[in-house]
Write a protein that binds this ligand. Sequence first.
Ligand SMILES: Cc1cc2nc3c(=O)[nH]c(=O)nc-3n(C[C@H](O)[C@H](O)[C@H](O)COP(=O)(O)O)c2cc1C
Length: 420
Amino acid sequence: MKCVDDFRLRLGNHELVPIVIGGMGVDISTAELALEAARLGGVGHISDAMVPTVADRRFKTHFVKDKLKQYKYNVANEDKKDVQFDLAILAEATQLHVGRTMEAKRGSGLILVNCMEKLTMNAPKETLRVRMRAALDAGIDGITLAAGLHLGSFALIEDHPRFRDAKLGIIVSSLRALQLFLKKSARTQRLPDYVVIEGPLAGGHLGFGMDWAQYDLRTIVAEIRAWLATEQLDIPLIPAGGIFTGGDAVDFLEQGAAAVQVATRFTVAKECGLPNDVKQEYFKASEDDIEVNGISPTGYPMRMLKNSPAIGDGIRPNCEAYGYILDANGNCQYIQAYNRELAMHPGEKKIKVWDKTCLCTQMRNFELWTCGHYTYRLKDTTRSCADGSYILLTAEHIFDDYRYSKGSVIALPAATETAP
Ligand SMILES: Cc1cc2nc3c(=O)[nH]c(=O)nc-3n(C[C@H](O)[C@H](O)[C@H](O)COP(=O)(O)O)c2cc1C
């Protein structure tokens, strides 16, 4: 019986352990987590979601405070068109986050940045261009295009000196999305270096409708592989979503996948950015505690724990400080939902908003507990303590379990490990 370590991912000159830790915003896939993946010879992701916020946390900068100060006059205004990102500041924050991460990189692996198109930031094209270019300037190994079709994203960086040497990939959830991307990017004469195929069991936002349960990762991967073969295109495919054990990964690798992308298992790693008490919520979750709902103002379905404090929380929109989901016209579905509730409950101190959430603030505060479908199996990957809490794992332990375990076996941490 084979294990993941019997396979290698080849990306250009790089020969890698075929385990990719997926991007998890906002700073759930921390630099520390990505650095561990690279040190161990695999691929890690940092996320560029809310980078000024992340930079403030990491480097004691005050990007968010300064932006809030600049736009404070607008806080009570329903119209958020005025609230713009300063592109120079955005570039500075990105270069700081990415640059410091790359300086700390050890080992033969790669660190990529997950760039979500759905972070429209009140100026979708300009802000995406700056985010990608600043990451390339700061030496990122590559960019994974996420949460969107990215039909114009290659064009935004095609004149960057690193456009052909950096690793560029895209996440798709259907053959159709990949076909559209390749068609629209053809003009840049550059194929993606890899394609992550994300199925319906993944965490975060899903590339499916509320009928997600009718789709199956294996079928989508087979469909894409067959089409690429007919087109004589050789692009490494990286399935993602619900790959929980080394054996699950080997199944995909034996069927021709170049690597697997995984995330949920790492949400309970010591290096993961979630607070420790939230990690315990992930451990405790049962299957019934997890749902896919429509509260994300991006319009994409999102999977999360039902007891996330964000659900129903009617906080005032915080766009003057954040504003990452504002579309090109300065709108966000949460602002509309919030204003509707405000109008329906005049004078009420604490309103509830159930149909949408203030994604920026809630993700920033770790109050929206997005998670993968198999989160309810995390408790089987560790030991519990006398007080009922679960022992956190090291990223290395989880990585090595994927790498070396065979079949459905999951290696537990040593009995001597203590609770956080
Ligand atoms: C907590 C969490 C947050 C996530 N956030 C993002 C994100 O910001 N961008 C993205 O492209 N994918 C995101 N994902 C998806 C993962 O990168 C990954 O592709 C997927 O979850 C893999 O499936 P698995 O979690 O079953 O291993 C997230 C997943 C989790 C669990």
